[in-house]
Design a protein around this ligand. Structure first.
Ligand code: MLC
Ligand code: AMP
Length: 474
């Protein structure tokens, strides 16, 4: 059994006033423990707690408070519109919504307050990072749920992936091993705090290892340059922007390791960064349901397009047609999720008969054991700026607009975002900007189409099914 998830928070080495800095606000580990203890005391016994996950110190305090109290934490994207927010609150059964300063007004949307979404009450609880309380209770069993992370499938609304404390601990210990990540490191990044990358690796990783953390608020190149990290995390869009800002890139020369993940890192970005920073970026691969399963090791060979080898305890295999070298990647090991909340059928469908998880990614394993991610099995799963977005969710949001009769959404190749969301609609009397804003307002800003194309009709086959491959170029 590994050590308790947050054990290092109280015990790891010497504390310092800026053990973590989030968007410019420093905090020691002792202060974090005290503030999180106050949160834990307030929420103890709740079935599940939602956290309005802005990139703030309060979000870190709230998440750690939930983990201390053993209350499963549901991070809520801070810009989610009513459709997405109400779905996540209702589906997760959250009764409390923790927010930072200024969040209470925003958070008290139409679905919240006394009536609550679906008739259930959701109480908005402000988090004060200056509060202090001792929380002496032991951490819950490692099998308990730590996080419920909402993630998109190809169709329908996002599903809540149940992530245990054991999975988080195993995943983080595996990465610490792969990257020789120690308390001497300073982790720097500016990723959102409601996904695996920014929250699990980017916050809980630093807390578990005991390294310093500098969260830059937003992942802007100049902010990375000023962060003074030894270890940097970014999605490929962030690294593309760093490579496009030579002065910022050169400021990373003194770092120990630059890491990319969440989407494929384009070879020109890998090469550009190598030239400017002197570092070959380390790639790693994972997903919400599995956490990070495969990583290039700090002492391993770094090749563009290669994401490394399985973490300790993780096993991988390719399920391919006879004679083919590429096929669907399946994984098993201690970092796997415990299923989708309230979705036994979707959970069952995500596993092969022998219990391995079907990632939906097409990959190859080289003779030396390194993995190459080739693409997704379904074109309805879009990756834009490192965010995973289901085409069906965006199509449903568009169809909620009274002027839209039909909608088909695709991910079109995009130099900076990897893919950009393009919507094809059949609609009367509505313009592109209005539909983009409509989706941004209903779901969240990153799920908005960047382009909308108007058609007389969607291409369909004889059965009436839309044929996305017959859509005109964006
Ligand atoms: C523009 N904006 C709008 C808008 N048009 N907002 C609402 N409606 C509209 N019509 C605003 C936004 O609110 C935002 O404001 C600003 O425009 C820019 O937002 P954006 O366009 O979304 O930013 P962009 O530049 O495209 O973002 C790039 C990015 C972002 C890299 C910063 O994509 C990002 O943070 N990606 C990280 C995703 C991630 O962490 N994925 C990990 C998943 S876990 P403002 O004021 O906020 O700037 C995973 C597992 C693994 O995959 O392997 O890691
Ligand atoms: P998410 O559920 O948001 O965590 O997204 C997971 C998906 O991101 C995976 O299924 C992959 O398609 C993609 N992904 C993550 N890391 C990489 C990577 N290094 N290279 C290519 N794709 C990646």
């Amino acid at each position: 059994m590994s050590k308790a998830l947050l054990a290092a928070l109280a015990s790891a080495g010497e504390d310092r006033p800026d053990a973590l800095t989030v968007a410019g606000r420093p905090c020691s580990r002792e202060e974090l423990l005290g503030a999180a203890g106050a949160v834990a005391a307030r929420i103890a016994g709740a079935p599940v707690v939602a956290v309005r996950a802005e990139a703030t110190l309060e979000t870190v305090v709230a998440v750690v408070g939930g983990l201390l109290a053993g209350v499963p934490v549901v991070p809520l994207p801070p810009d989610s519109g009513p459709a997405e927010r109400d779905h996540i609150l209702r589906d997760s059964g959250a009764t409390l919504l923790l927010t930072g300063p200024g969040g209470a007004d925003d958070a008290a949307g139409p679905g919240e307050g006394t009536g609550g979404p679906g008739g259930q009450g959701v109480e908005v609880v402000p988090v004060d990072a200056a509060e202090r309380a001792d929380w002496a209770k032991p951490e819950p069993d490692e099998a308990a749920t730590a996080l419920v992370l909402y993630t998109s499938g190809t169709t329908g609304a996002p599903k809540g992936a149940l992530i245990s404390r054991r999975a988080v601990a195993a995943g983080l210990d595996g990465l610490a091993d792969a990257w020789a990540w120690t308390p001497d490191d300073t982790l720097a990044h500016g990723l959102p705090l409601f996904h695996v990358h920014g929250l699990v690796l980017g916050v809980l990783g630093a807390l578990r290892v005991g390294s310093r953390l500098v969260h830059t608020g937003r992942p802007r190149p100049q902010a990375y340059a000023a962060a003074g990290g030894t270890l940097y995390f970014g999605v490929p869009t962030v690294w593309n922007r760093v490579a496009g800002d030579p002065a910022a890139a050169r400021a990373l020369r003194g770092a120990r390791l630059l890491v990319s993940g969440s989407a494929p890192l384009p070879t020109p970005v890998f090469r550009g960064l190598a030239e400017l920073t002197g570092h070959q970026v380390v790639e790693r691969y994972g997903m919400t349901e599995t956490l990070i399963t495969v990583a290039t090791r700090a002492d391993g060979e770094r090749r563009p397009g290669h994401v490394g080898v399985p973490l300790p305890g993780v096993r991988t295999r390719i399920v391919a047609e006879p004679g083919a070298e590429i096929g669907e990647l399946e994984v098993t090991g201690p970092t796997l999720f415990d299923g989708y909340l309230n979705r036994p059928e979707a959970t069952a469908a995500s596993y092969a008969a022998d219990g391995w998880f079907r990632t939906g990614d097409i990959a190859a394993i080289e003779p030396d054991g390194t993995h190459r991610i080739v693409g997704r099995a379904s074109t309805d799963m879009i990756k834009s700026g490192g965010y995973r977005i289901g085409a069906g969710e965006v199509e449903n949001a568009l169809l909620d607009h009274p002027a839209v009769r039909e909608a088909a959404v695709v991910g079109a190749p995009h130099e900076d975002l990897g893919q950009e969301i393009v919507a094809y609609v059949v609609a009367d009397g509505v313009g592109e900007a209005e539909l983009i804003d409509f989706v941004a307002g209903h779901l969240s800003a990153h799920k908005r189409p960047r382009k909308v194309r108007f058609l007389e009709a969607l291409p369909r086959n004889a059965m009436g099914k839309p044929q996305k491959r017959l859509l005109p170029p964006a």
